[in-house]
Design a protein around this ligand. Structure first.
Ligand code: NAP
Length: 287
């Protein structure tokens, strides 16, 4: 990479930011397309977020991703929130346009595309989402917009689950949302009635790869779709168990690539070379 006075800058704000793989993914895409662009990581403490965001137009930086723990705070700091990020209540991408900060949630698009490109159609289906944080809320909105009939949210804190489930109806008037208590009996009943389960908790994520899967494997049925948003490891215990039971499975890596691809397109106006981005991500993860 040859950074010059003409290089266009984008990046990611996180705290901590050391573990982000987004620079490898985006810089591989810029190089592939021959774009004189560079993606940089910035460690931004939450209390400095507003100041750092306001500096973007002044520095000529075209946009940034924002990651944990800045996604909710960033939504309140931008000039305009592009739907459906307002429903999710968090943004992960900012684009500086005409001096204004535009906030997007590309997790919704990443999740949606990771399903559609696999031929998965939740129309009329019942989907159980495990967890009620930012990733879960993006999944609830995406599933409702895709036509899921019922989106249930299982959460340790029922009020948080209820708020996330309520998003289903707000995203698509025909969709029903309901919260499920994170206890054996209600969780088991919900899995038994669901066509698909989406893990949007960090359970199974590196380094806790040996932790029990969020739901027991003997609850899974072969006709189910099991989606795990965790991408380290690529095959979690939940996904391995689901494959063994004959379920269709989707891992979190593709969503990570496709949310990045959506940010790339928002900034550059170009179609993202998502296969190149995925290869770079896999290489970075292997390292
Ligand atoms: P978050 O905002 O912290 O939310 C995590 C949710 O999981 C919370 O509802 C939390 O409940 C729940 N949870 C955590 N540990 C649990 C446990 N042991 N049992 C039951 N519930 C538990 O995190 P997030 O941003 O939504 O991310 C969630 C996961 O998705 C992470 O692994 C992240 O890496 C992944 N993710 C992947 C992508 C992708 O592109 N593939 C994108 C975004 C996120 P409490 O509030 O009660 O703790």
């Amino acid at each position: 990479m040859n950074i010059t006075g003409r290089t266009t800058l984008v990046g990611v704000f996180g705290y901590p930011v050391q573990h982000t793989l987004s620079p490898q993914m985006h810089n591989a895409a810029f190089e592939h397309l021959g774009l004189d662009w560079c993606y940089l990581p910035f460690s931004v403490a939450p209390e400095n977020l507003e100041q750092a965001l306001r500096a973007l137009p002044a520095l000529g930086i075209v946009g940034v991703n924002v990651t944990i723990p800045l996604k909710e705070r960033a939504l309140r700091a931008v000039d305009e929130v592009v739907p459906p990020a307002n429903l999710v209540g968090a943004i992960n991408t900012i684009h500086c346009r005409d001096g204004k900060l535009m906030g997007y949630n590309t997790d919704v698009e990443g999740f949606t595309r990771s399903l559609t490109e696999r031929g998965e159609d939740p129309t009329g289906r019942t989907v159980l989402v495990l967890g009620a944080g930012g990733a879960a809320r993006a999944a609830v909105v995406a599933l409702a917009q895709m036509g899921a009939a019922r989106v249930w949210v299982a959460a340790r804190r029922l009020a948080q689950g209820a708020r996330a489930a309520e998003l289903a109806r707000q995203a698509a008037p025909g969709a029903q949302g309901a919260a499920v208590v994170w206890e054996d009996a209600p969780l088991h009943s919900a899995v038994a009635a669901a066509d698909a389960v989406v893990n949007a908790t960090p359970i199974g994520m590196y380094p806790d790869v040996e932790a029990p899967a969020p739901i027991p494997e003997d609850w899974l049925r072969p006709e189910m779709l099991i989606y795990d948003m965790v991408y380290t490891p690529a095959v979690t215990r939940l996904l391995a168990a689901a494959r063994e039971r004959g379920c269709r499975t989707v891992g979190g890596l593709r969503m990570l690539v496709l949310q990045g691809a959506a940010a790339f397109t928002a900034w550059t106006g170009r179609a993202a070379p998502d296969e190149v981005m995925e290869r770079a991500l896999r290489q970075a993860l292997a390292g």
